[in-house]
Design a protein around this ligand. Structure first.
Ligand code: AMP
Length: 228
């Protein structure tokens, strides 16, 4: 052993960006194109809240206020999820890490398996546009496909393009007040990770203000190169 970390076959990609940047949408597209597993700590936490687990009970009020859930809770949830067999296909982390402590914990967790991240992709957007993007968004309650009142409505009104469901839902924290708190949390605690990954030579930046497909094409090229 020469002490260097070898990249295993299972890629690990990180999506960085403020709420509304399109991390979830892009992660879902990458999941379909590359067979990676989308791993959203926001989704895992919302599941924990819905199930009323201890972690969920602790996280609920924090999430409603648009603040960050404690590193201990989030790291434990992520570690459990990463240990599940489907993650051996490779993962795309959507909304994790969000603090320096989480980034360091992730590096340590991956190093235990001789892995490291392939790329951290920053979706760069204008803050001012995020409130509009977030306040109009909703998802299919059955399959999770994302929609928006102005930018992406279903082809047949009220019917999901992907699975035909007629049930849709909106997130409780997608309101103007909470969005402002979430943007503050991003700038204070998460944006510094851009420098953290630049220092690891893992950072890729994308202008994410354009069309969804255009951004997906750029993302696809980055992921292809980073997972070769
Ligand atoms: P998201 O679905 O990624 O927008 O996350 C929704 C909410 O879940 C956030 O506003 C936070 O309260 C919480 N959350 C999600 N991921 C994390 C994380 N990595 N660290 C701390 N809190 C998180």
């Amino acid at each position: 052993m020469d002490g260097t970390t070898t990249q295993t076959a299972a890629p690990v990609l990180i999506l960085l960006g403020p709420p509304g940047a399109g991390k979830g949408t892009q992660a879902r597209m990458l999941e379909e194109t590359f067979g990676l597993v989308q791993l959203s700590t926001g989704d895992l936490l919302r599941d924990a809240v819905a199930q009323g687990t201890e972690a969920g009970q602790q996280a609920k009020a924090v999430m409603e206020a648009g603040q960050l859930v404690s590193d201990d809770i989030v790291i434990a949830i992520l570690r459990d999820r990463l240990a599940q067999p489907d993650c051996a296909r490779g993962v795309i982390l959507d909304g994790f890490p969000r603090t320096a402590g989480q980034a360091e914990a992730l590096d340590a967790l991956l190093a235990e398996n001789g892995q490291k991240i392939n790329a951290a992709i920053s979706l760069d957007v204008d803050d001012a546009a995020m409130v509009t993007r977030i306040s109009g968004r909703y998802t299919c309650a059955a399959c999770g496909e994302g929609y928006h009142d102005s930018f992406k409505t279903p082809a047949a009104e009220g019917r999901c393009d992907k699975c035909d469901s007629t049930e849709f839902k909106r997130r409780a924290d997608d309101n103007a007040e909470t969005v402002a708190a979430r943007l503050d949390a991003y700038h204070e605690q998460t944006a510094p990770l851009i420098d953290y990954y630049a220092a690891q030579a893992a950072l890729m930046r994308i202008n994410a203000m354009g069309q969804i497909d255009e951004i997906a094409n750029k993302m696809g090229a980055i992921v292809k190169a980073a997972t070769r």
